[in-house]
Design a protein around this ligand. Structure first.
Ligand SMILES: [Mg+2]
Length: 420
């Protein structure tokens, strides 16, 4: 017997056996047309002794499967599952595990159901978000050994993907699934229409079923399936046969954002002026202010004033005054959430001051920050007061968020639900 480490390779001949995961899961090579002269009796004997090895290890007997069957034949159908709250729950009854061994299989129906999926030719794959790893709260090797314990308990061959931080791999964004399809399915194309995904973060409201059911903390599992166009089930629907529970989707739907929409209201307003002026922005971080100013205003010769680059609002006011003295128009790109912050630029001006109110909702702005189309700045999402003319503005424009995609890949990413 030869032990193989990561990245190493070996050659299997007819009736040779590969054991995955510490002597578990024997996969034996069988050629459909057996090469001439291969002693079939010997291969039978070989199989038997391997089975006995398993018995000696004190593990349940695992059915023999050929490599061909498992790696090449079946995995075009994927049965995907979340782990926490879907395959396992805590023993302690707490929401978060109190220790690495604070887990148990959620329902007794799970193991037989997964086994029958494998028998029907599905590949069983777990997809889990574990942000605690990148936050330094969970050591990767601790989580890895927990996953190994879970698979040891299930006694089934399962492929597992772990998103350790934010970004494209974190559900509901589809990076883990794409990685499976492109890099981790032995070159076999996954058939999305025959595949499905099961998870407990399904956007269900409080009391979604009788018996004091808590509201789902998130909708990220349902949105993961929605982003992929996969059939979706909750664990209770899939393993226990419960009827479909009610649910709600986030109010912001990135698929519906119109990239051909009107940019501003009133539509007849002029974005820039030929006479000297100040433009004061109002809007959430991520509402598209900087992109808008850099695209439409700065190229027309406006001085760009921004707290992130100048450090403080005092420096912004100074830069504003200096620019005005030099006879230039000014664009103030700050969140400017309240009348107090806006009047710093408006009152002292001596030239007309217009307000550009960026209308992107908080949900849209958060989405933008997550997919990083817009610059990410400090989040002061509280206390936005709608600007009025009484603050001293000569005009208030409503600026709508109209996405402009550099390429189709970026658009595909943008059109996915990014959090739920
Ligand atoms: Mg979960």
């Amino acid at each position: 017997a030869e032990a193989l480490g990561r990245g190493q390779s070996g050659i299997l001949t007819e009736s040779g056996t590969l054991h995955l995961v510490n002597q578990s899961y024997p996969f034996t090579v069988h050629f459909t047309g057996r090469p001439a002269g291969t002693p079939s009796a010997a291969s039978q004997k070989g199989l038997k002794s391997k089975s006995m090895d398993n018995g000696e290890m004190g593990r349940k007997a695992v059915p023999k499967r050929s490599i061909h069957e498992f790696f090449a034949g079946s995995p075009k159908k994927v049965a995907g599952f979340d782990i926490d709250g879907c395959i396992i729950t805590t023993k302690s009854g707490k929401v978060f595990p109190t220790s690495p061994d604070d887990w148990r299989i959620l329902y007794p129906e799970i193991q037989p159901r997964l086994a029958s999926l494998l028998k029907k030719g599905y590949k069983v794959v777990f997809f889990t978000n574990q942000m605690g790893i990148s936050r330094g709260k969970l050591r990767p090797e601790v989580f890895k050994s927990k996953v190994e314990d879970i698979l040891q308990t299930l006694q089934l061959p399962v492929q597992v993907f772990v998103a350790t931080g934010p970004g494209i791999y974190r559900k509901p964004v589809i990076g883990m699934w794409q990685h499976l399809c492109e890099k981790a399915n032995a070159g076999v194309t996954v058939d999305q229409s025959e595949s499905f995904y099961v998870g407990d973060a399904a956007g269900r409201p409080v009391n979604w079923a009788p018996g004091k059911k808590k509201k789902d903390f998130s909708c990220s599992d349902r949105l993961f399936a929605l982003n992929l166009g996969l059939q979706f089930h909750t664990p209770e629907e899939f393993f226990l046969g419960w009827k479909k529970a009610p649910f709600s989707l986030p109010t912001f739907d990135p698929r519906k954002l119109d990239s051909m929409a009107r940019l501003c209201d009133p539509p007849t307003a002029s974005l820039t002026s030929t006479s000297q002026e100040i433009i004061v922005a109002v809007g959430f971080p991520g509402s598209g202010k900087s992109t808008f100013f850099q695209t439409h205003i700065v190229p027309k010769g406006y001085e760009y004033v921004n707290r992130d680059t100048l450090g403080s609002w005092q420096n912004c006011v100074k830069a504003c005054e200096r620019g005005l003295k030099e006879g230039r128009s000014i664009a103030v790109d700050n969140t400017n959430p309240d009348p107090e912050s806006r009047k710093r630029y408006c009152k002292s001006a001596g030239v007309p001051c217009r307000c550009f109110n960026f209308m992107a909702s908080m949900e849209l702005a958060k989405h933008n920050n997550r997919v990083s189309i817009c610059s990410v700045t400090n989040l002061h999402l509280n206390k936005f007061v709608t600007p009025t003319l009484s603050e001293g503005f000569s005009e208030i424009l409503q600026i709508h968020f109209v996405p402009n995609f550099a390429d189709s890949q970026l658009e595909a990413l943008y059109r996915q639900f990014s959090e739920g």
